[in-house]
Design a protein around this ligand. Structure first.
Ligand code: PEP
Ligand code: MG
Length: 899
């Protein structure tokens, strides 16, 4: 018979008593807590004996209409018998009762999301046994009242406030302030009232049978896997529902058995600074939940910490010196064993130490960096492991001034975290006002706009931070702010701007121009008033870890930069070149916008050329500056990309002002602006289509680039490597035309100057057709740069500027896991990139491949770029360190895959 030959599933794994059935590698089956309890037991550490019901039992429970596997009961009974043997106590025995804790424990830690029951096994008889055994009646009834409250709340679903009110009534009546002031008789009276309340509210007496209590608690822990908190936490941290939770049933040890008993939590290093010093707190004569509940003020573990805090209560080192020595040895052993900073829970029962939990401790970015570097320096981990230990995105916290986590936040509105960092300043509503107040070493201002456009660039530059009410993560404001390293919150739909009144409204508040706000571009929050900041630290551990990352990474990391300041910042952060210089931003400078408008308004080519001749020297200077800063590193310059109407004034008022300032004819200006108006400009007359219609524009730009390169060489500086890039190319024939235009112009300049310049001509790949026909493009393009902002926009047919308004609904409904403008859609857009890389390489084996869309700074997208073998990623200057670290991790990850 099949059933006879079938191996029985094991649902229960024992631990404690100097050994264990499992170990730390079995997290999937035993959950993090269960696996680590087993590991600690096997290490010979003092762990109260117990057993773990596997996550598979939980999965079975949900797969079978919330029922347990057939043989679970028998296996649990066996586990319990083993615990009884090891402790010499019996579950439910009035004379010598075994009490247990029942705790959840999933694969990934989900702190506080699921349920726990302590002191289980107490009833009207066993409480007397516990009183006898401990010689402390007060302790026994204190434990019983805790149990009734916890069990009733977790298993019976009764509100815990009811119990708190009963306790408060007793305290009032007795005129006692703290719980420790209650006597044994007082607690007994509280217990009687608790039981009466349970019977009244649930219609049943409080369960007295220990086994009923146990299965009630196991069921409640399994059920808590599906509570709202747990579901929300899982969604936030990408934890699959299918994992289920394990249940740990463990004999109780008591930290509330008098003054030689205690309970506490410890980190082997400081989790906010990473400092290598035992950190944590404990309470004498208390149970675990008292430490977190904040009813009593916990005490420091070490004498030095107590002295630094100026605390008068003794530290553990002073109050329990012998146990402390033992404890210190145990935690050091644990850290060495796990090779990482540990987060530990412990209890001391009448002078005996017990370990209840250990896990890798959660930490801030600063601490992660320091702990990783220190552990490698101490020889506990390798440098590569240290590189893997720091979350690249978390470096954001270190590269910008950030809000002091300890300071209170008064949130006025929340939008998208478009550009990290925090900034405080006076609210202004126009770019001109930002420039007027904030330019140079002016005042700190925050520019608040409906949305921004290229005209606002100088105002954005003058502001400390930018807020927009509309726009997504790749909207103009977001892209530009990230490039400048300005904190930005975009798409804060709660903000309603009343430009005329000079104020905005959000959440019932009115904020006027000149009022102070603080923005947190890492969370998307807009806060009222000034909030305390912390400055970034780029040397020390940061520099050490980045150095290690650089030795293992394969991908090069470049920056998207157009101003001298961006380029300098990029180099300071370790960029190995410029991967995208968007030349249109240079056209908005007030010194040249007049000539740009003259060029656009010109009736014919001659008129355009005359205007372009005025722009040429200014454009050349831009490139001389960039090449000078980049000192021979590659610089990819993209020729003009946006539709021309963006450069023209739009309102009648603007037109009149421009006409007056430039001497151009107002009516003509207005007519031309109307002519240039497009229904769908993003798919219109932009990108290389401008170069095809008006070759003289691109000729001027190519000339400026090559002349600048010649000037730099003439100055005796390292020869630049200009990479001239054409945007929005779709067809091989387009690329051929552009390549010929570029070469013709470059050759002419080289001949004029008598100075050979090594330059390259390439294309952006930002249209699906370009990706599919990459072989055609590669015939004339020496490099491809994937413009994944436009490629995502054109692949999905979703506007990058408007997606913020509706993508959230898609993310909430799970249709999109992440915003595809933030993290590359590897299936769809990624497929196009893979195809383009293959076809491009087939046509030209040494074609250089990079990415310069916003995804170039996103760790998950960088991993994709490594996997398909791109040559470099390019991102805004402030994300260069993140990209360096992510590229190193991706390289290590790929190597592991090959093993
Ligand atoms: C892109 O489309 O990905 C790109 C880098 O160009 P832009 O953002 O300037 O359109
Ligand atoms: Mg683009």
């Amino acid at each position: 018979m099949v059933a006879d030959t079938m191996v029985k599933t094991r649902w229960v794994y024992a631990f404690g008593g100097g050994g264990a059935d499992g170990d730390a590698s079995m997290k999937n089956l035993l959950g993090g807590k269960g696996a680590n309890l087993a590991e600690m037991s096997a290490l010979g550490l003092p762990v109260p004996p117990g057993f773990t019901i596997t996550t598979e039992a939980c999965v079975h429970y949900y797969a079978n209409g919330r029922s347990y596997p057939d043989d679970l009961q028998a296996q649990v009974a066996k586990g319990l018998t083993r615990v009884e043997e090891l402790t010499g106590k019996t579950f439910g025995d009035p004379a010598n009762p075994l009490l247990v804790s029942v705790r959840s424990g999933a694969r990934a830690s989900m702190p506080g999301m699921m349920d726990t029951v302590l002191n289980l096994g107490l009833n009207d008889q066993t409480v007397e046994g516990l009183a006898q055994l401990s010689g402390d009646r007060r302790f026994a009834f204190d434990s019983y009242r805790r149990f009734i409250q916890m069990f009733s709340n977790v298993v019976l679903g009764l509100d815990h406030h009811m119990f708190e009110e009963i306790l408060d009534d007793h305290k009032d009546r007795l005129d006692i302030q703290v719980d420790t002031g209650l006597s044994a008789d007082d607690w007994e009276a509280v217990v009687a009232d608790y039981k009466a309340a349970v019977a009244r509210e649930s219609g049943q007496p409080f369960p007295q049978d220990a086994n009923d209590q146990l299965w009630g608690a196991v069921g409640a822990v399994f059920a808590s896997w599906m509570n709202d908190r747990a579901k929300f936490y899982r969604r936030m941290h990408d934890i699959p529902e299918s994992w289920g939770t394990a249940v740990n049933i463990q004999s109780m040890v008591f930290g509330n058995m008098g003054d030689s008993s205690a309970t506490g939590v410890a980190f082997t290093r400081n989790p906010s600074t990473g400092e290598n010093r035992l950190y944590g707190e404990f309470l004498i004569n208390a149970q675990g939940e008292d430490v977190v509940a904040g009813i009593r003020t916990p005490q420091a573990l070490t004498k030095i910490a107590r002295e630094e805090m100026g605390d008068r209560q003794p530290s553990m080192e002073e109050a329990l010196p012998e146990v402390f020595v033992q404890f210190k040895a145990v935690v050091e052993k644990l850290e060495k064993h796990y090779r990482d900073m540990q987060d530990i829970e412990f209890t001391v029962e009448q002078g005996r130490l017990y370990m209840l939990q250990t896990r890798n401790g959660k930490r801030t970015a600063k601490a992660a960096l320091k702990v990783a570097v220190d552990l490698a320096s101490e020889g506990l981990i390798t440098k590569e492991e240290a590189v893997m230990r720091v979350e690249p995105a978390s470096l954001d916290q270190l590269l910008h001034p950030t809000i002091d986590p300890a300071s209170p936040r008064e949130v006025i509105a929340v939008g998208l975290p478009a550009s990290p960092g925090a900034a405080t300043g006076k609210v202004v509503f126009t770019a001109e006002e930002a420039e007027r107040l904030g330019g140079g070493i002016g005042e700190a201002v925050i520019l608040v706009r409906e949305e921004t456009s290229p005209e606002d660039i100088r105002g954005m530059d003058a502001a400390r931070g930018v807020v927009t009410a509309r726009g997504g993560m790749t909207s103009h404001a977001a892209v530009v702010a990230r490039g400048m390293g300005r904190p930005c919150v975009s798409g804060a739909g709660e903000i309603h701007i009343d430009g005329k009144a000079g104020e905005f409204h959000a959440r019932g508040k009115t904020i006027r121009a000149g009022d102070i706000v603080t923005i947190d571009g890492s969370t998307g929050e807009v806060l009222q008033g000034q909030v305390k900041m912390i400055e970034p630290e780029l040397s020390g551990d940061f520099a050490t870890l980045m150095g290690w990352a650089d030795t293992v990474r394969r991908l090069k990391v470049r920056a998207n930069a157009e101003t001298a300041l961006d380029a300098k910042t990029a180099r300071q952060f370790g960029a190995e070149g410029i991967g995208l210089c968007r030349t249109e931003h240079m056209f908005f400078d007030p010194d040249r916008i007049a000539a740009v408008r003259e060029m656009i308004l010109a009736d014919d080519e001659a008129g355009r050329r005359a205007a372009l001749a005025k722009i040429l020297p200014m454009q050349r200077k831009d490139f001389v500056d960039l090449f000078g800063i980049m000192e021979g590193l590659p610089v990819t310059i993209r020729l003009l990309d946006p539709p021309l109407h963006e450069f023209l004034p739009h309102t009648e008022e603007d037109v009149v002002a421009v006409a007056a300032a430039t001497g151009l004819d107002a009516a003509k200006l207005m007519r031309r602006a109307q002519e240039l108006h497009e229904v769908n400009p993003m798919l219109g007359h932009r990108g290389c289509r401008l170069g095809v219609s008006y070759p003289e524009i691109y000729e001027m730009q190519v000339r400026a680039i090559i002349e600048a390169a010649c000037d730099i060489v003439a100055q005796g500086k390292p020869a630049p490597i200009p990479e001239i890039m054409h945007p929005l190319v779709a067809k091989g024939e387009e690329m051929k035309f552009l390549k010929e235009l570029t070469d013709r112009t470059a050759k002419a300049v080289i001949a004029e100057k008598g100075q050979p310049i090594d330059y390259k001509v390439g294309t952006m790949v930002e249209l699906p057709r370009a990706a599919l026909r990459a072989g055609d493009l590669a015939e004339n393009a020496e490099f491809f740069s994937f413009g994944t902002n436009d490629l995502t926009q054109t692949t999905f047919g979703i506007s990058r500027d408007d997606s913020g308004r509706f993508l959230n609904a898609y993310i909430d409904k799970g249709i999109f896991e992440k915003d595809p403008f933030v993290s590359l859609d590897q299936e769809g857009v990624g497929d196009l990139i893979r195809i383009a890389a293959e076809r491009g390489r087939a046509a030209r084996p040494d074609v250089k491949l990079g990415i310069c869309g916003e995804h170039g700074g996103d760790p998950a997208s960088i991993q994709f770029c490594e996997a398909i073998g791109l040559d470099y990623v390019s991102c805004s200057a402030y994300r260069v360190p993140i990209a360096r670290l992510a590229a190193a991790q991706a390289a290590i990850g790929e190597r592991e895959k090959d093993r």
